[in-house]
Ligand binder design. Structure first.
Ligand SMILES: Cc1cc2nc3c(=O)[nH]c(=O)nc-3n(C[C@H](O)[C@H](O)[C@H](O)COP(=O)(O)OP(=O)(O)OC[C@H]3O[C@@H](n4cnc5c(N)ncnc54)[C@H](O)[C@@H]3O)c2cc1C
Length: 277
């Protein structure tokens, strides 16, 4: 199928993007890497009247390396972050998840922020972004605000951005001392979307555990314990609490089993990495 017809607007700076969003409102959609949006246009799930292509923006600041966090702009590609030498050390969780996103060709084009905005509950970056408690900076012509990751994702392909806002950058906290990070997922084959994905962060005697792909929302739990027997039982309770349902790929029972097995393994890996740091 081909997309419904649309006008293409290629602004040269952020001011023009904001003016375009103000003028066209709900009728406009931002085009970043196009790795999700073009498919949505082709299937006519999205039918914007105007596409605002941000790829020609000249006043974008790609990445700011602050003391405690990294600020990544709207045009920073997934592969750029993967190839950045320091990512393994300062963003170990993100570094571990990036190779699982589609294939290298998609990551060469797809942006970090595009993946977050697409808000697919099976996507790796939203899962890790929630685990790390990242933040998004949203700008309109007259407002600026910062949203926490957990408040941004509302459901499948739904986020809390207003129509006149663009996300110019996201803030991701850097790895902390004596903290272990781990990511794992299961999919039918490499590069496919995850049937279930997990992120775990272990520090002192705290564990933060996040589950994606098994229900409409990525869900996080924080526990104050590092006792593995206790955690195994908490993971089991969590698996029952989640709104898992049988779909065309797996049964809800399989989803619970995978949380209890691979999910628990993810936590064990994070704890062992914490002890090794
Ligand atoms: C074959 C294939 C396999 C894939 N496999 C995976 C996978 O395993 N895991 C996974 O997570 N993803 C996968 N993807 C999707 C990929 O990660 C996309 O790159 C990502 O979802 C979107 O990033 P993008 O820059 O291409 O955004 P686009 O497709 O351009 O945009 C996506 C959405 O975000 C909005 N948007 C983009 N930037 C902004 C902004 N700055 N402000 C406001 N709104 C914005 C757009 O309007 C649109 O609604 C796959 C894609 C393909 C084609």
């Amino acid at each position: 199928m081909k997309p419904a017809s649309f006008d293409l607007f290629q602004p040269k700076n952020w001011q023009e993007v904001l003016e375009g969003l103000q003028e066209y409102g709900e009728d406009a959609q931002i085009l970043a890497g196009g790795q999700s949006l073009i498919a949505m246009l082709n299937m006519r799930i999205a039918k914007p009247k105007v596409l605002i292509d941000i790829n020609s923006i000249e006043d974008d600041v790609p990445l700011i390396d602050n003391k405690t966090n990294i600020e990544i702009s709207a045009l920073f590609r997934q592969l750029q972050l993967e190839n950045r030498i320091k990512t393994k050390d300062d963003l170990p969780l993100i570094s571990e998840c990036l190779p699982y996103i589609g294939h290298q060709q998609h990551r060469a084009r797809g942006t970090i922020i595009g993946s977050l905005c697409h808000a697919d509950p099976s996507s790796e970056l939203p899962l890790c972004f929630i685990a790390l408690k990242g933040q998004l900076k949203l700008n309109s012509l007259s407002t600026q605000r910062i949203i926490n990751a957990e408040d941004f994702f509302l459901g499948p392909l739904l986020n809390s951005r207003n129509h006149n806002e663009v996300i110019k950058s996201v803030i991701i906290p850097k790895a902390k001392e004596q903290t272990g990070y781990a990511f794992k997922e299961i999919s039918e084959k490499h590069g496919d979307f995850a049937l279930a994905s997990f992120a775990a962060i272990a520090s002192h005697n705290n564990v933060r555990f996040v589950v994606g792909g098994v229900s409409d929302k990525i869900t996080a739990r924080d526990w104050i314990t590092d006792d593995l027997n206790e955690i195994e039982s908490l993971v089991n309770d969590f698996a029952w609490d989640l709104d898992t349902a049988t779909d065309q790929y797996t049964t809800d029972r399989y989803k619970r089993d995978i949380i209890r097995n691979l999910g628990f393994e993810t936590i064990k890996t994070a704890i062992s990495r914490k002890n090794a740091r």
